[in-house]
Design a protein around this ligand. Structure first.
Ligand code: CTP
Ligand code: MG
Length: 387
């Protein structure tokens, strides 16, 4: 027995086409985008919308494959799934889907499986517009190209694009309107809105979504794959060196070290924090501390680690990255890190939103600027993960 209430909305997902223009060796709905089929991607987004009965219209002989995709995408909503066999035209496939819509359903959406990346919000937007208007609803995008009417090779007319819109799916209708329009349809139409309008019913528009593009050609499939395949993790490296000679107490690794000689620099000279910032920015391909936090920006004069790290994390977030972990090594004769290592790690980690930060320290056997006690050097490696 279902624990879900019977929904008042049904979504018919037409997936019975062969995909002639795509030219793959399986029907278009079963072509892969990353780890899943076109159909599975479409259904994942359908099931992320508000609960609805979902009728999948499959190519003849592919009902079992369609059911597997549907049940995996449905999760706890598996009781809402039906699979039926499609027809030889899109219109015939919609008719087959309509026949499987439950009696209590009041609003029906028809969606192309080939618009595999259509966000869930579009479904909810279309249902809301059908409810508010009682009319048919088509999601559309404005036409951006200048449009010409042509006959053969000759341009016969410029068409005013402000009066044009590109129709997408899901298209939604009061159930009685769609049933009536299909019952009386005589001609073949390329979408449901055209068929419903030909039946004399009003159809209005809501905003579509660029991600609702239809996978028709191999180039469309390439575009879909580029959008779905997750970005790989990325690493970055950063170093920084500051000389002693600043004013006041030392600031290093986000901590104040009373009695220790201060480092010089436009900010507090915290070489550890600056090396981490450079590693993070480099991993994201966002430049470096000099380009992002220039000495011409007064708000960074005297700023401490938390200011730089928090701002860096914001920049990364806006670019779609989360900090995986950071490892940083300090080269200095002093201060001695052993006693405050945990405190430094916790402070730096907090400024990075809780990401793991490991701090290690070493001396350089009296060699080089750090060995001679002229300053502090730090070396950081950062791992970023797609957010
Ligand atoms: N469709 C369908 N039944 C058909 C034809 C099409 O269910 N007999 C579905 C397709 O599976 C697709 C949607 O209608 O999800 C839009 O059609 P289209 O992009 O034209 O897909 P195909 O017809 O498969 O492709 P082509 O026209 O290139 O053969
Ligand atoms: Mg077709």
């Amino acid at each position: 027995m279902s624990i879900l209430p019977v929904p008042r909305v049904a979504i018919i997902v037409v997936a019975a086409g062969s995909g002639t223009r795509l030219g793959a060796d399986v029907p278009k709905a079963f072509v892969g985008i990353g780890a899943h089929t076109v159909l599975r991607h479409a259904l994942q987004r359908v099931f992320a919308a508000s609960p609805a009965q979902v009728v999948v219209v499959a190519p003849p002989g592919r009902e079992g494959d369609a059911a597997t995709d549907a049940l995996e995408a449905a999760g706890e909503r598996r009781d809402l799934v039906a699979v039926v066999t499609g027809g030889s035209t899109r219109q015939a496939s919609v008719v087959a889907g309509l026949a499987a819509v439950w009696a209590d359903v009041e609003v029906v959406l028809v969606h192309d499986a080939a618009r595999a990346l259509t966000p869930a919000a579009v479904f909810d937007r279309v249902v809301a517009a059908v409810d508010a208007s009682g009319e048919g609803v088509v999601p559309v995008l404005p036409v951006v190209d200048t449009v010409k009417r042509v006959e053969g090779q000759r341009v016969t007319e410029a068409v005013d694009r402000s009066q044009l819109a590109a129709a997408q799916t899901p298209q939604g209708f009061p159930r009685a309107m769609l049933d009536a329009a299909y019952a009386t349809a005589v001609d073949e139409h390329t979408d449901d809105a055209a068929l419903v309008a030909a039946g004399g019913h009003p159809v209005r528009v809501v905003a579509g979504d660029a991600l609702a593009f239809k996978i028709t050609t191999p180039a469309d499939l390439e575009r879909a794959r580029a959008l779905v395949v997750p970005a790989a993790p990325r690493v970055g490296v950063g170093t920084d060196v500051h000389a002693y000679g600043g004013e006041g107490d030392l600031w290093l690794a986000g901590l104040e070290w009373p009695g220790e000689p201060a480092l010089s620099g436009h900010s507090d000279g915290d070489a550890v924090a600056h090396a981490i910032v450079d590693a993070l920015l480099s991993a994201a391909g966002l430049g470096d501390i000099g380009t992002r936090f220039g000495t011409d920006q007064p708000e960074y004069a005297g700023a401490h680690a938390d200011v730089f790290l928090t701002r860096t994390r914001e920049l990364l977030g806006a670019a779609g990255w989360a900090v995986g972990n950071v490892s940083v090594q300090v080269q200095a004769n002093r201060p001695r890190f052993t006693a405050r290592r945990g405190e430094a790690e916790a402070t730096l980690s907090a400024a990075l939103g809780g990401a793991s930060v490991s701090v290690s320290a070493t001396t350089t056997d009296g060699l080089g600027p750090t060995g001679r006690g002229e300053g502090v050097a730090a070396f950081a490696v950062a791992l970023l993960l797609p957010d």
